[in-house]
Design a protein around this ligand. Structure first.
Ligand SMILES: [Mg+2]
Length: 364
């Protein structure tokens, strides 16, 4: 089997909130790039990448330039192709930035082809540890909501059957620690003690602030506190992790695999979170999962649940899937959430098909 061609398309998709219907700004769009990688036996693999922002045009070109290097290659030799792509940029255009964003789309498409060729779903190819995984609602309980809206959104998520959900602290303005605590408590009041509640800080606190507010929040029983300070301040993170009983999660902002070695060796986090696009695709995500397992740490995904459900289910240390519904509109069908869990698809590869009508309407 050989790769024969590719098609790369830039899209603007709605940045709405399908979970609780409280978008940050009505009508705002998110730019993404999709890839179709084609082979001489008629199989097609799909990949998606983003984080290009105003440089999404450049990201599209980067995916095209790297995809051109895959033509003629055997798509089952994924590490060989990844090596060729790195060499194609003189090993000098990554890991941080547009090279890795583009590589990820290609790597995901190659795994999709491999699954389709072997007629197996991706999660089984990667290990197949279990066929259902917990998932948590993400993106709906934003820091910008009022307390009333946050309570309403939390109730909507409960009504949809979610057993785990994530909110945010580091509220807008200049909130006192008491304001931060008030918000997290009003959400806990609605959902009760048995629902797992995560809280993302998105790097907005100093380590000492994280220890102060995190200590006051211990009785809320958070499942984790995420990205409590600057993502590459491994020593600062380790200080917070050592000081709090609440588990600390982090890693989504790291690029490639090497920074995870530094982060994990420094005991900076209790839960390793990996963004597939910044990691460089499925191949690199699984390497980081193995690294975390060797250090006795659980691993969790960042965004794109329709793809990441495969890798979390594949690993013995996979904890839960972030159900961030940003990209669901790209596909005809995605794995459903039932009683707070996602069931793994039995279709080959990713088990996803682009919704062609939707995609033509999103073309940038
Ligand atoms: Mg996060």
């Amino acid at each position: 089997m050989k790769i024969t061609g590719f098609e790369v398309t830039a899209l603007n998709i709605p940045e709405d909130d399908p979970l609780a219907n409280m978008p940050e700004e009505a009508g705002r769009m998110r730019p993404v790039v999709i890839l179709r990688l084609r082979t001489d036996n008629g199989l097609e693999g799909i990949g998606v990448t983003f984080y290009g922002g105003k440089m999404t045009g450049s990201l599209k070109v980067a995916v095209e330039e790297l995809s051109a290097l895959t033509v003629g290659e055997d798509p089952l030799r994924i590490e060989h192709i990844v090596g060729k792509l790195r060499a194609g940029t003189g090993d000098s255009c990554g890991p941080g930035g547009i090279f890795t964003l583009a590589l990820s789309a290609i790597d995901v498409a190659l795994w999709d082809i491999k699954g389709k060729f072997l007629e197996q779903p991706l999660w089984k190819l990667l290990g197949g540890h279990r066929d259902r995984v917990p998932t948590y609602a993400s993106g709906a309980l934003r820091r910008g909501l009022t307390d009333d809206q946050a309570q309403q959104a939390a109730q909507t998520l409960l009504d949809k059957g979610f057993r785990e959900m994530k909110t945010q602290m580091a509220l807008p303005g200049n909130p006192s620690p008491e304001d931060e605590l008030r918000r997290i408590r009003v959400i806990r009041d609605v959902i009760g003690p048995d629902i797992k509640l995560m809280c993302d800080i998105n790097q907005r606190w100093r380590p000492e602030q994280a220890i102060d507010i995190g200590s006051r929040a211990e009785d809320v029983g958070l499942f984790w506190l995420e990205d409590v300070t600057t993502a590459d301040d491994y020593a600062g993170l380790a200080r917070v992790t050592a000081a709090l009983n609440t588990p600390i999660a982090g890693g989504e902002y790291l690029w490639g695999i090497a920074p995870f070695r530094q982060m994990i060796e420094a005991r900076s986090v209790d839960i390793v979170m990996v963004d597939i696009v910044r990691a460089g695709g499925v191949t690199q995500w699984m390497k980081i999962a193995g690294m975390a397992e060797a250090f006795n740490l659980p691993i969790v995904s960042h965004v794109m649940p329709e793809i990441l459900v495969h890798v979390v289910a594949a690993c013995p240390n996979g904890l839960t899937v972030e159900y961030m519904p940003w990209m669901l509109c790209l596909y005809e069908e995605t794995p459903a959430v039932e009683n707070g869990e996602m069931a793994l698809p039995d279709k080959p590869g990713l088990g996803l098909k682009f919704d062609e009508a939707a995609i033509s309407s999103y073309k940038a």
